[in-house]
Design a protein around this ligand. Structure first.
Ligand code: NAD
Ligand code: LMR
Length: 338
C-alpha cells in the first residue's frame, strides 16, 4: 500500500516535468553531484525516463548520493564516483551537466565567483574533452557568461570544440519569468512562456515580455518591477538564504527541465525550442559570440538559433544595457584560457 502511494506521488510531478516521446535512452553525468544543486538535480534526472545511466561525480560525497538516489524505483542505473575516478564517471557519456563550483553569498556578484569557479570548470571541461569528446555539455556553474566561453576555449585548445554541443543553462531565468508574470497577471505559468535572451546575470538578463500575450500590456511601474524581479531573482534567494548559498531547488528543477529538452531533441523529437546560452552569430558583428536566444534542439544538439524577434522600445534599452556587460564577461572567460 505504502509502495503504491509512493509510486503515485512520484509519477505525477515527474510526468509534468518530463516528456518522453521516444524509447532511446542515454547516459548522463553530473559533475558536482554532491552539492546543493547536484543532489536534487540527480534525483530529478533519476525520474527522467530518457536517462538510462546516471553517473554522479563530485570531489566530495558523490558515492553516497548515488547509493541514496539508486534506490528510487525507476529503471535507470546509478553509479557514484569519488575524486580520483573522474575518467570512469565520464566514460561513454552522451550528456554532461556541470553544477560544480562555489555559490554566492549576500553582497557578491556572480562575477565574484570567477576566481574560484573558472579553474574548476576549465579542468572539468578538459577532462570531458579528453574522455568524452562528443558529449553535450550543459554549464550551470557561475558566472555562466564567462564559464561557457571558458569551456569553449578549453575544448578548442584540445581540438574537439563543437558549438552545437555546448549550452549555458539559463532556464532558471525562463522559469522565473514565467512564474512571476503569472503572479502579476493572475494566470498560470503555462500561459506565460517568456523568451529570456542575453546572458545570465543582472542587466544581461533580457526578458521579452512584449512577445507574450499576458506580458505585452504591462507598462510603467509594474513593468519595471517585474523586469527587476526577473533580472535579480537570484539575489532574492541569496538574500533569503542569508549566507547558506543560492538557488538550488529551483535550479535543479530548471536543470532537469533543460536536460530533458536536450534529450528529446537528441532523440529526434521535432520542435523542441528553448532559450539557452550558446555560441551564436546574432551579435557576432558587435564582438559578442555567445548569446542566449531561443534555440531549436535536435539530434546533433543545436539545430537552429532563432533570432530574438521584434523588441519594444523598453526592450531595446534593456538590450543596449546587456551587450557591453556581456561582452566584458565573455572576454574575461576567453582571456582566462588564453
Ligand atoms: P554547492 O557548494 O552546494 O555545490 C557545489 C559542489 O561542487 C560541491 O559539492 C563541491 O564539492 C563540488 N565541486 C567543487 N569543485 C569540484 C570539482 N573540481 N569537481 C567536481 N565537483 C566539484 O553549490 P551549488 O549551490 O550547488 O551551486 C553550484 C554552482 O551553480 C555555483 O557556481 C552557483 O553560482 C551556480 N548556479 C547557477 C545557476 C544558473 O542559473 N545557471 C543557478 C544557481 C546556481
Ligand atoms: C541564480 O540565478 O539563482 C543563480 O545564478 C545563482 C545566483 O548566484 O544568483
Amino acid at each position: 500500500m505504502f509502495a503504491r502511494n509512493t509510486a503515485r506521488a512520484l509519477t505525477a510531478p515527474s510526468a509534468r516535468l518530463f516528456s518522453s516521446s521516444s524509447a532511446r535512452q542515454t547516459k548522463v553525468t553530473v559533475l558536482g553531484a554532491g552539492g546543493g544543486i547536484g543532489q536534487p538535480l540527480s534525483l530529478l534526472l533519476k525520474l527522467d525516463p530518457l536517462v538510462s545511466n546516471l553517473s554522479l561525480y563530485d570531489i566530495r560525497g558523490a558515492p553516497g548520493v548515488a547509493a541514496d538516489v539508486s534506490h528510487v524505483d525507476t529503471h535507470s542505473e546509478v553509479n557514484g564516483y569519488a575524486m580520483e575516478n573522474l575518467d570512469d564517471a565520464l566514460e561513454g557519456t552522451k550528456v554532461v551537466v556541470i553544477p560544480a563550483g562555489v555559490p554566492r553569498k549576500p553582497g557578491m556578484t556572480r562575477d565574484d565567483l570567477f576566481n574560484t569557479n573558472a579553474s574548476i570548470v576549465r579542468d572539468l571541461a578538459a577532462a570531458v574533452g579528453r574522455v568524452a569528446p562528443t558529449a553535450h555539455i550543459l554549464v550551470i556553474s557561475n558566472p555562466v557568461n564567462s564559464t561557457v566561453p571558458i569551456v569553449a576555449a578549453t575544448l578548442e585548445k584540445a581540438g574537439v570544440f563543437d558549438p552545437a554541443r555546448l549550452f549555458g543553462v539559463t532556464t532558471l531565468d525562463v522559469v522565473r519569468a514565467s512564474r512571476f508574470l503569472a503572479s502579476v497577471s493572475g494566470t498560470t505559468p503555462s500561459e506565460c512562456d517568456v523568451p529570456v535572451v542575453g546572458g545570465h546575470s543582472g542587466p544581461t538578463i533580457v526578458p521579452l515580455l512584449s512577445q507574450v500575450s499576458k506580458g505585452k500590456g504591462l507598462q510603467g511601474e509594474s513593468y519595471d518591477k517585474l523586469i527587476h524581479r526577473i533580472q535579480f531573482g537570484g539575489d532574492e534567494v541569496v538574500k533569503a538564504k542569508d549566507g547558506a548559498g543560492s538557488a538550488t531547488l529551483s535550479m535543479a528543477y530548471a536543470g532537469a527541465k533543460f536536460t530533458n529538452s536536450l534529450l528529446r531533441g537528441l532523440n529526434g523529437e521535432k520542435g523542441v525550442i528553448t532559450p539557452t546560452f550558446v555560441k551564436s552569430p546574432l551579435f557576432a558583428d558587435k564582438g559578442i559570440d555567445f548569446f542566449s536566444s531561443p534555440v531549436e534542439l535536435g539530434v546533433n544538439g543545436v539545430e537552429k538559433i532563432h533570432p530574438i524577434g521584434h523588441l519594444s522600445a523598453e526592450e531595446e534599452k534593456l538590450l543596449e544595457a546587456c551587450l557591453p556587460e556581456l561582452k566584458k564577461n565573455i572576454e574575461k572567460g576567453k582571456a582566462f584560457v588564453a
